[in-house]
Design a protein around this ligand. Structure first.
Ligand code: FES
Length: 219
């Protein structure tokens, strides 16, 4: 789909936010995904033209990072972490249950195009393993049953609250937030909880502390 003038204007706005415009290629590709549902060839050419770089350079970025897709993702992106902590604590079972429920494999859409399933790597959220993401919002401590319940509720059009973020919107909406993070949603949802602070608490109880930063290297 041809990139509209309105989207071109927003892409140019992102490019203007950085001293070196090409630094904007990541948020620009998220904006393309939010509008197009995927990183399209037209989107790549628009980014390249605005940034004064080649389409090959933009393509190289878009194919390096797994968050960029070259096929339509659909309404919701479902990620299941299968790295060590999540895998050990049930992530593999969650992924298997969702694979069966959705009839889709890794990095594939469902037949109706509503969901996209992906095995994802560590989200730095191991404290609440196993973790699932819906449009990149966290669903902590999931089980096969709770993960399927999320899918059922989204299919019924119900409001689904992420564990520590805003209510689930859509892949397109999240992609726009990644392009323009100053949308006021950063403080939605719960913040740090006791489980996340357990390591700090134990360290304090044991009198442990990080080594001091040598003088002159404080940054
Ligand atoms: S291993 Fe799953 S969030 Fe870290």
């Amino acid at each position: 789909m041809a990139i509209s003038e309105a989207t071109r204007g927003e892409l140019a706005e992102l490019a203007a936010r950085y001293p070196r415009p090409r630094s904007a290629v990541l948020p620009m590709l998220h904006l393309v995904q939010s509008v197009e549902g995927e990183v399209t060839t037209d989107g790549i050419h628009a980014c390249a033209e605005i940034l004064g770089i080649t389409p090959a350079e933009v393509t190289a970025v878009s194919t390096f990072y797994t968050m960029y897709k070259r096929k339509p993702v659909g309404t919701h992106h479902i990620g299941v972490c299968i790295n060590t902590m999540c895998g050990l604590l049930g992530g593999d079972a969650v992924y298997a249950a969702l694979q069966e429920r959705l009839g889709a494999g890794h990095d594939q859409p469902t037949a109706d195009g509503m969901f996209w399933l992906e095995r994802i790597e560590c989200q730095a959220a191991c404290t609440h393993a196993p973790v699932m993401t819906v449009d990149w919002e966290f669903m902590d401590d999931v089980t096969p049953a709770s993960a399927i319940d999320v899918i059922d509720r989204l299919e019924r059009g119900e409001v689904v609250q992420s564990t520590r973020g805003p209510a689930i919107r859509s892949f397109a909406a999240t992609e726009r937030s990644l392009a323009f993070p100053d949308d006021g949603l950063a403080d939605e949802g719960s913040s740090v909880d006791d489980k996340m602070l357990a390591g700090l608490r134990v360290a304090r109880e044991r009198g442990q502390a990080a080594p001091a930063i040598p003088s002159g290297q404080e940054g």
